[in-house]
Design a protein around this ligand. Structure first.
Ligand SMILES: CC(C)(COP(=O)(O)OP(=O)(O)OC[C@H]1O[C@@H](n2cnc3c(N)ncnc32)[C@H](O)[C@@H]1OP(=O)(O)O)[C@@H](O)C(=O)NCCC(=O)NCCS
Length: 170
């Protein structure tokens, strides 16, 4: 199977949104009910994220987008934002390849926020070399680098890479 990772273009918008909303079904019944929406992300929200500087990378298999991952430069650090692989292709290595790709693009420490209840996503990042930061540190990091409601701060975790442990920004 021909797999190709490339930078997202305007023409990928609809496919990106569809993949996010397909994969995010995993959150239904898992994340706090007051944070779940169907669809999980609207076109307006995705547009806003792109305007706020989230640059998406897409993984294509035989010409079809099967996974997306965004990175957002925040000065001292880079955030990985919105990592989603279409349900029919999950657990076949697409997410790992996308993560390795975006990691290779930056030399800043990388931070990732996800729902505390999304144990599979936490496993995915841990097996890719990320570690959970303490509760005090995640509260501070989410307030510093993310623009999310207080309720989401409460119910989220932050994972950091090895560069973060050595970083002066800590
Ligand atoms: C998390 C996600 C991006 C990982 O991408 P992926 O291509 O499925 O991951 P990979 O195949 O590279 O890695 C698989 C590993 O991730 C973890 N994992 C991924 N999906 C899992 C699931 N549904 N259940 C349990 N573990 C899972 C496991 O550690 C798995 O290893 P295993 O299959 O040997 O047990 C993808 O599963 C996804 O979109 N999930 C739903 C949305 C989500 O949670 N996004 C993260 C937002 S921060």
């Amino acid at each position: 199977m021909a797999v190709h990772i490339r930078s997202s273009t305007d023409a990928d918008f609809a496919a990106t949104l569809a993949i996010i909303n397909d994969a995010a079904v995993a959150y239904r019944g898992v994340i706090p009910a007051d944070r779940w929406h169907d669809p999980y992300m609207s076109a307006d929200e995705l547009n806003q994220e792109i305007r706020d500087g989230v640059a998406f990378w897409v993984s294509e298999q035989d010409g079809r987008i099967v996974g997306v991952m965004g990175i957002q430069d925040k000065g001292d650090v880079t955030l990985v934002r919105h990592a989603y692989v279409v349900r029919t292709t999950q657990r076949s290595g697409v997410g790992t390849e996308l993560l390795r790709h975006v990691e290779s693009l930056v030399d800043k420490p990388i931070l990732i926020g996800t729902w505390a209840a999304a144990s599979w996503a936490i496993d995915f990042y841990r097996r890719n070399g990320f570690n959970l930061v303490s509760t005090e540190e995640k509260d501070r990091l989410l307030r510093t680098y993310w623009s999310i409601p207080a309720r989401q701060v409460e119910t989220s975790v932050v994972l950091a890479d090895a560069r973060w442990s050595r970083s002066a920004a800590r």
